[in-house]
Write a protein that binds this ligand. Structure first.
Ligand SMILES: Nc1ncnc2c1ncn2[C@@H]1O[C@H](COP(=O)(O)OP(=O)(O)OP(=O)(O)O)[C@@H](O)[C@H]1O
Length: 247
């Protein structure tokens, strides 16, 4: 059966001030897929996610998420940014960090105490990432990898239909990275997952398609990612790291 498109970019260009970052970008992401955005540093990967979230506006072209303007669809999106700062003088607990994911969930922003349902969903998300035992610990005392799991749990607590993760495994070891990608892979049976990664060799074992971002955007099924495609995406400055495929 033909899948619906969750994200559609049509002839999109974007500049920061006068500096062009993306030019005439057209691609779409079908529902219930697991894809990765790859490309060289400063190629525009984070910018692409911010456009999907409606945090940035294109200078040209149109973007639709779930058939709406991105900012209207935001309550259906879970987002884990690349960098998250927490004030060490404000020792928020792990559970409180995950509960923040409930603030934008459902019908829109709201202020007020968290409900029992919010707490149950936040705990479930922590369980999924095997971090429930740390729920009362201050977030700032966690290791980099543990923090990353908690931040993924926060994105999941929004019960998103589209999950955007910006370099979610940059601080975790290979075993945890593998576990996380297996979890994301199984979650992509029901929701759409987009992961920004530097490690094309690793993500190729899990994702169905890669979106190569380097001013232009090209989408390829993982099976069609050849050496030629890689050098087109990264230019000649690429050092490929080979990973052993499972099975
Ligand atoms: N707020 C901003 N103002 C001006 N320029 C910006 C801003 N944010 C990003 N840029 C520039 O836009 C370009 C693309 O940045 P972006 O963060 O999208 O790249 P990226 O592919 O995610 O990079 P990386 O792999 O290093 O995380 C870079 O040259 C960056 O310096």
């Amino acid at each position: 059966m033909e899948k619906n498109q969750v994200v559609t970019f049509q002839d999109v260009s974007f500049s920061y001030g006068g500096m062009p970052i993306l030019e005439d970008v057209s691609f779409s992401i079908p529902e219930r897929t697991f894809i990765s955005i790859v490309g060289p540093n400063a190629g525009g990967k984070t910018t692409l996610l911010k456009l999907m979230l409606g945090l940035l506006k294109p200078s040209k072209g149109t973007i639709e998420v779930f058939g709406q303007y991105p900012e209207k669809a935001r309550t259906r999106i879970g987002y884990m940014p690349q960098y998250v700062q927490f004030d060490p003088n404000f020792p928020v607990s792990v559970l409180e960090v995950v509960l923040m994911g409930r603030l934008g969930a459902g019908k829109g922003m709201r202020i007020g105490p968290y409900s029992k349902t919010d707490k149950a969903i936040a705990l479930e998300a922590l369980q999924e990432l095997e971090m429930e035992k740390a729920k009362n610990r201050p977030f700032i005392v966690l290791s980099g990898g543990q923090r990353q799991r908690v931040l993924i749990a926060r994105a999941l607590a929004a019960e998103p239909d589209l999950l955007l993760l910006d370099e979610p495994t940059s601080n975790v070891d290979m075993a945890v990275e593998t576990e996380l990608f297996e979890l994301l892979n199984s979650m992509s049976q029901t929701i759409t997952i987009v992961v920004v990664s530097h490690d094309l060799g690793f993500v190729s074992q899990y994702v169905e398609s890669v979106v190569c971002v380097n001013r232009q955007v090209m989408m390829h099924p993982t099976t069609a990612v050849t050496g030629e495609v890689i050098s087109e995406c990264y230019g000649s400055n690429i050092r490929m790291v080979r990973h052993n495929h499972k099975g």
